[in-house]
Design a protein around this ligand. Sequence first.
Ligand SMILES: [Zn+2]
Length: 252
Amino acid sequence: MNKVSFLFVLLILFACNENNKKQSNSQSNERENGKESNAYAIDTAKVASESRVLIDSLVDIRSINPDIQVDLKYATADNFMKMRLYERLRSAYLQKDVAERLSKCQELLSNLKSGYRLLVYDAVRPVSVQQKMWDALDSIPPSERGKFVSNPQNRSLHNMGAAVDLTIIDERGIPLDMGAGYDDIRKIAYPTLEQEFLAKGELTEKHISNRELLRKVMKSQDFRPLETEWWHFNACSRPQGKAKYKVLMEEP
Ligand SMILES: [Zn+2]
């Protein structure tokens, strides 16, 4: 433990009364071990009530536009963790202004391709679930892990209901072939490397035009694509999100 950490632990110990000493010690031990799995569980009751308030300020995307379809992957075992991560969350919630923009994206998609609909895989994601994902990848050093899961300490726009993971389904309800699946961590999922994979014959023109259609409708409402995931779009920058929105710490 370095000097700063030592002083920090001492400060915590002196600042705490007898009743919460035990909890502080365990948190300090986790910091020493490089694990922060309970770092978000500062005050369970406060967090639970704040989470309730936040979820009430969010909107279920389907209440804004029922054309938009939802397949919440983390509410099932059909995800990269192969286990259900959401215990209670069953709908895709977003900030109201973000949901209204997404609704306009759906309207544009319907105009461009009759019968095509957006299919949302994930919207607001509690920090507690982000932490579970982060901890599950503990064989990867934290410096590298951010490539696969956003560090829960940094609070992602998903935690605020200001980012969305989605694809497009055709008139038969079948997802368009994007050449890589949802949460595929391989570089073939990177929008920035599409031309390379096209040249190698691993992506087709059709895969890319399908991705471009998704980007076109999302960019029409200023959603920002990510360099490494064709399915992820931010509604704003992280600093803008932090200034404007609250964070959902736990599942309500
Ligand atoms: Zn995402």
